[in-house]
Ligand binder design. Structure first.
Ligand SMILES: Nc1ncnc2c1ncn2[C@@H]1O[C@H](COP(=O)(O)OP(=O)(O)OP(=O)(O)O)[C@@H](O)[C@H]1O
Ligand SMILES: [Mg+2]
Length: 384
C-alpha cells in the first residue's frame, strides 16, 4: 500500500528498455510509487483523471497516434493540472518551460538520484502552487462538546459553496458522526469506510459522497460505532489529500477528543476554526488546548477563534474572553435559538432557510474571511 507521503508517478514510455530501467531505479527507493507505465499516449489524459498521479513523465520521443510533445500539450490543457517531466536524449534537447507544460527535463542517461530529485522537485513546486492557489482544509474544532461544531461546520460548508467554493464537508467524528442524523441520510448511505485504501480515484469518491440538497458534497462517518476503528490516520491523510485536489474547500466537523484521528485532521488543516462560548469551562479548556497546540508546534496563526452564540455573554465580558485567549477572537456568530434549532431539526442549513438572519450573515462573513485567507475586518456580533 502506498503511504500518504509517497509521490504517485505515471510513466509514459514505449521503449521497454527505458521503462525497465526506470522501474529498476524506483525499486531501490520508497519516496515515489510508480502507478503504471503507459505506452499509448492517446489513453493518458483519461488515465490521469482516473489514477490521479502527482507527477507524469513523458518520453519526448514517444511514438504512436499521440506523440510525446502532443501529449505534453494535451496534459497542459487538460482538466486536471499535473506536473510533467519530459524525458529526452541529448540529440533532441528540450528546455524546461512550465508555461508550455514542461515542468522539468530529464536527460538520458540519468541516475536514480537525478530521477528522484526531479520528481520530488516538480511535485513540491506544484504543491506550493496549489497551497497558494487556495484549496483550504478547515477543521471546525472545540475543546468541549455541544458548543455548535456540527451546526457551524454544516452551515459554513454551505456558505462556502454559496460564495463560489466547491466544497466538501467531512464528518470527522468517526464514532458518533452527527451529520447522518442531522441530514437524515439512510442508514445504508456510504461512508469514508467505503473508500478503497489504495489507488483512490475521483470515480471512487463519486460513489461514496452524499450529495446534500443544499448543494454540497458530504463524506459521512461510518454508520456503526465500532467501524470507526477501521479507519487509520493514514486513511485520513490520503482521503484529505485527494479531497484537497478536487475541492476548493474541505470543511471537517471534528470531535472534542484530541486523539490520533482528530490530530490527523488538525495536522492537515490550514485553519483550525476553534469554537468558544461564553462559558467558563469552555474557556478553561480552550486555554489548555492552546497549550497543547503550542507543544505540538502549531503556529498561533493556524487557529482562528469563533465565538458561537456571541451575544449570550452570561456575565463574562469580551475583554475577559480576549484576555483568556490571549487575543480578540477572529469571528463571532450570534445566537438564534429559534432558527438554528428548527433548521437543524429539519436537516436544512439555516444559511439557506433564512439568509437574511443575523446568524446566517455572520456565518457567511466567516466563509468570506476564510476564502480571503485573512481575517475579517469587522465582526457583526454586538459586543455584550
Ligand atoms: N448560534 C447558535 N444559536 C442557537 N443555537 C445554536 C447555535 N449554535 C449551535 N446551537 C445549538 O446548540 C446545540 C449543539 O450544537 P451542535 O450539535 O452543533 O454542537 P456540537 O459541538 O457539534 O456537539 P457535539 O460535541 O455533541 O458534537 C444544537 O441544539 C444547536 O441547535
Ligand atoms: Mg457534533
Amino acid at each position: 500500500m502506498a503511504s500518504a507521503s509517497q509521490i504517485r508517478l505515471l510513466l509514459v514510455e514505449d521503449v521497454p528498455q527505458v521503462s525497465q530501467y526506470v522501474r529498476g531505479l524506483l525499486n531501490a527507493q520508497s519516496a515515489i510509487k510508480l502507478l503504471d507505465v503507459m505506452t499509448d499516449g492517446s489513453k493518458v489524459p483519461a488515465a490521469v483523471g482516473e489514477l490521479r498521479p502527482d507527477v507524469v513523465i513523458v518520453d519526448a520521443l514517444l511514438q504512436g497516434r499521440v506523440k510525446g510533445p502532443q501529449l505534453v500539450e494535451q496534459l497542459r490543457n487538460g482538466g486536471r493540472p499535473v506536473p510533467v517531466i519530459v524525458l529526452t536524449v541529448p540529440q533532441q534537447p528540450v528546455e524546461p518551460d512550465p508555461a508550455a507544460g514542461v515542468d522539468a527535463v530529464l536527460m538520458m542517461p540519468f541516475s536514480g538520484f537525478d530521477l528522484v530529485n526531479r520528481v520530488q522537485f516538480v511535485h513540491q513546486a506544484s504543491q506550493t502552487q496549489e497551497g497558494a492557489g487556495g484549496s483550504r482544509i478547515i477543521s471546525v474544532f472545540a475543546p468541549k462538546g455541544g458548543v455548535g461544531k456540527t451546526t457551524i461546520a454544516f452551515n459554513l460548508a454551505v456558505a462556502l459553496g454559496q460564495v463560489g467554493q466547491q466544497t466538501v464537508l467531512l464528518d470527522g467524528n468517526l464514532q458518533f458522526g452527527d451529520l447522518r442524523a442531522l441530514l437524515k441520510v439512510p442508514v445504508d448511505a456510504p461512508s469514508i469506510l467505503d473508500l478503497p485504501t489504495d489507488r483512490v480515484a475521483e470515480s471512487d469518491l463519486r460513489d461514496v459522497l452524499w450529495r446534500d440538497p443544499s448543494g454540497i458534497d458530504i463524506l459521512l462517518a461510518p454508520p456503526r460505532v465500532e467501524q470507526a476503528e477501521m479507519i487509520s490516520t493514514r486513511d485520513v491523510e490520503k482521503t484529505l489529500s485527494l479531497l484537497r485536489r478536487i475541492y476548493g474547500a474541505v470543511v471537517i466537523d471534528t470531535t472534542s477528543h484530541l486523539g490520533d484521528i482528530t490530530l490527523a485532521f488538525l495536522d492537515a488543516s490550514d485553519v483550525i476554526l476553534e469554537l468558544v462560548t461564553y462559558d467558563s469551562t469552555t474557556i478553561h479548556n480552550t486555554i489548555l488546548v492552546a497549550d497543547a497546540f503550542r507543544s505540538i508546534g502549531y503556529p498561533p496563526t493556524k487557529v482562528q477563534y469563533l465565538v458561537n452564540r456571541a451575544d449570550s455573554a452570561g456575565g463574562i465580558s469580551p475583554d475577559d474572553l480576549a484576555r483568556a485567549l490571549g487575543r480578540r477572537p477572529e469571528h463571532n456568530v450570534v445566537s438564534d435559538g429559534r432558527l438554528v434549532v428548527q433548521a437543524n431539526n429539519e436537516g436544512v442549513p439555516f444559511v439557506l432557510a433564512n439568509p437574511a438572519a443575523p446568524v446566517s450573515q455572520d456565518v457567511r462573513r466567516v466563509a468570506e474571511a476564510l476564502i480571503a485567507g485573512g481575517r475579517p475586518l469587522a465582526a457583526s456580533a454586538r459586543s455584550a
